[in-house]
Ligand binder design. Structure first.
Ligand SMILES: Cc1cc2nc3c(=O)[nH]c(=O)nc-3n(C[C@H](O)[C@H](O)[C@H](O)COP(=O)(O)OP(=O)(O)OC[C@H]3O[C@@H](n4cnc5c(N)ncnc54)[C@H](O)[C@@H]3O)c2cc1C
Length: 576
């Protein structure tokens, strides 16, 4: 059985049009006022063709071939990657959500999100190269000097040049405050960057002539810690055509995403220019990291979709005990849980992207502020929860393949290996959980989370208003999650007043609890939308799966809320 991808276009459209009512949101955003669901669907149809027909055929071969570093220090990507990238650029895909003023197509980020889901499903490793482009573009647009914008923005938006994000150093992973790479100011306004970075995705490759590094550095007068970091743009090729003074010392041999070049980079007085204010680099970089975090969450979603649709096909074909295994209750549970989780997470991830669109473009300033708070709250949840299930969900689907799932040619083992890194990079999932609870929830006195709870209550009230008794359990399940989230948030806030470590002990379970609240909302909204559709198999199946999800998957929320509530308990010593 070939390991293949069919973009879930009907589901994507259902989420955008029926569940999230994205066209209403677009009409309230002057930048997207002309956009309708038919045009949006046509864009996704074309993206699906690129992902399935051009990109997916390069996936398994690229995994076997990997990247190479030649004797001259040049990085080569697997066969077919360059051609796929050229087709991607010619199709105008890099510029999809960029500003028309910089050569972009000016389409909403939520459509870009759906495209990212497809690209990650079809070839995560290849997608690593263009995935950072949009974040680099946004960072430069918001913080770059006019000269830097003039030189780089159009070329990034078009995909003529690609970007890399250089943060990590051997001693500085999660703790970026420990990084040492230096930037010495020069009289001409540039800086000389020196130091060593590791694990830099796409720092060099053969897809574009130039690669633009955004590098976290320390100026000579920098205060210690993360407040002393600045951001520098350091290209591979300088304006006069000469090669800049940085070098790739090695490529990592990795568990997965083997077609993505993970580079150790040495900067030896390389020429760069500061982006944004000195010592404010982390704030500038956060734009890029937030965009990247949403993209990484979408990688997890893509992996789950790829895994579940292939597992479903396999289960329908594989006969044991004279029955296709898809009819066994055990396999049916596995597949149903996976499908329901993918469907719920898609609603959440697209909601986050829609919130980012509204935060930038909504005509009402109050709505923009609310949307920004929602986007900030949802981003770490999407990153951590979708990537957790990207790996664990793909591994669950590997079970459906039995022993064949362990064999390369069946494809699923690559998805499992590729999915694992997304739990680690762009801020590990533990760092996401701390960011969520300490900064996004407790940091604003609970205002953002109260806004989310109010949104969820509005969905429950909307279900009540339908008067449909079949939907009542969804409203009840959602209200139970709203109550648990409110109660646990208050308990953690109270514990934090006397015990600074309490939120750190609660963080992972709090994130998973909140993700389950969001799932309850997603399944409730999906059920309401499905019930409102003309009778037919799509809506009926959606309703049945949402009902199954609430009964079978929501009980897990109780475990997370209970553990988070007990954050006052000190942790015992570990056995040695
Ligand atoms: C394939 C790949 C691609 C990458 N791409 C890039 C890139 O393009 N650019 C870039 O700059 N970096 C990149 N990275 C680096 C990646 O972002 C780091 O590996 C990641 O941030 C974690 O840092 P670390 O590996 O040093 O782990 P550590 O920070 O040492 O963490 C180890 C473990 O401890 C946990 N931990 C650490 N501190 C805390 C804490 N305070 N509370 C709770 N738990 C904690 C972590 O969650 C993790 O589980 C990449 C890495 C890989 C493997």
């Amino acid at each position: 059985m070939a390991y293949e991808y069919v973009a879930p276009l009907a589901d994507m459209r259902f989420v955008l049009e029926q569940v999230l009512e994205a066209p209403r949101s677009w009409h309230a955003c002057p930048a997207f006022a002309e956009l309708d669901i038919h045009t949006a669907s046509a864009v996704l149809d074309e993206a699906a063709k690129f992902a399935g027909e051009v990109l997916q055929p390069t996936n398994a071969a690229g995994d076997l071939e990997g990247c190479t570093l030649d004797a001259d220090g040049r990085v080569h990507t697997p066969r077919g990657y360059r051609e796929a990238y050229q087709a991607f650029v010619e199709g105008g895909w890099p510029a999809l959500p960029c500003d028309p003023a910089w050569g972009g197509q000016g389409l909403p980020l939520v459509l870009d999100a759906a495209m990212r889901e497809m690209l990650s499903a079809c070839n995560h490793a290849w997608n690593m190269y263009p995935d950072l482009l949009h974040g680099a573009y946004e960072t430069l647009k918001a913080h770059g000097s006019e000269a830097l914008k003039a030189r780089y923005l159009r070329r990034l938006a078009s995909g003529e040049w690609l970007a890399a994000m250089a943060l990590t150093e051997p001693q500085a992973g999660s703790d970026l405050g420990a990084l040492r790479t230096k930037a010495e100011p020069r009289p001409d306004g540039s800086v000389a960057v020196s130091g060593q970075k590791i694990f830099i995705s796409g720092a060099d490759h053969d897809l574009t002539d130039n690669v633009v590094h955004l590098v976290l550095v320390r100026l000579p007068d920098a205060p210690a810690g993360s407040k002393g970091l600045s951001l520098a743009l350091v290209p591979k090729v300088l304006d006069d055509g000469t090669r800049n003074a940085w070098f790739v010392d090695g490529l990592e041999k990795k568990m997965g995403i083997k077609g993505s070049a993970t580079c150790a980079v040495r900067y030896e007085g390389a020429t760069g220019w500061l982006v944004g204010e000195p010592h404010r680099g982390l704030a500038a970089m956060f734009l890029m990291m937030n965009s990247a975090r949403l993209h990484v969450g979408l990688q997890g979603l893509g992996h789950q979709e790829m895994a579940v649709q292939n597992a479903l096909r396999y289960a329908a074909e594989r006969v044991q005990f004279r029955t296709p295994i898809v009819h066994t209750p055990a396999m049916r549970h596995l597949l149903l849980r996976a499908q329901a989780l993918v469907e719920g997470q898609r609603v959440i991830a697209y909601r986050a992207a829609l919130a980012i669109d509204e935060a930038h473009h909504h005509e009402d300033p109050a709505r923009r502020a609310d949307a920004a708070a929602l986007a900030a709250l949802l981003t770490p949840v999407v990153k951590a929860f979708c990537t957790h299930h990207g790996f664990h969900g793909a591994a669950a689907m590997q079970q459906v393949f039995g022993g064949y799932g362990y064999v390369h040619e069946y494809g699923i083992e690559q998805t499992v290996r590729d999915a694992r890194i997304a739990m680690v990079y762009e801020g590990t999932n533990e760092i996401q959980a701390i960011d969520l609870l300490q900064r996004k929830v407790l940091g604003d006195g609970g205002a953002a989370v109260q806004g989310l709870l109010a949104d969820c209550e509005a969905e429950a009230a909307r279900i009540d208003a339908t008067g449909d008794a079949a939907l009542a359990p969804f409203a009840a399940a959602l209200r139970a999650q709203i109550a648990a989230a409110g109660e646990v948030t208050a308990a953690v806030a109270a514990a934090a007043r006397t015990d600074a470590e309490a939120p750190l002990r609660a963080a992972d379970d709090y994130l998973f609890g909140l993700a389950h609240l969001l799932l309850a909302w997603a399944w409730a909204a999906s059920a309401r939308a499905a019930a409102a559709m003309p009778a037919g198999p799509f809506g009926e199946a959606k309703l049945a799966r949402s009902r199954y999800a609430v009964e079978q998957l929501l009980p897990q929320a109780g475990v997370h809320w209970q553990r988070a509530r007990r954050c006052g308990l000190e942790l015992p010593a570990l056995a040695r």
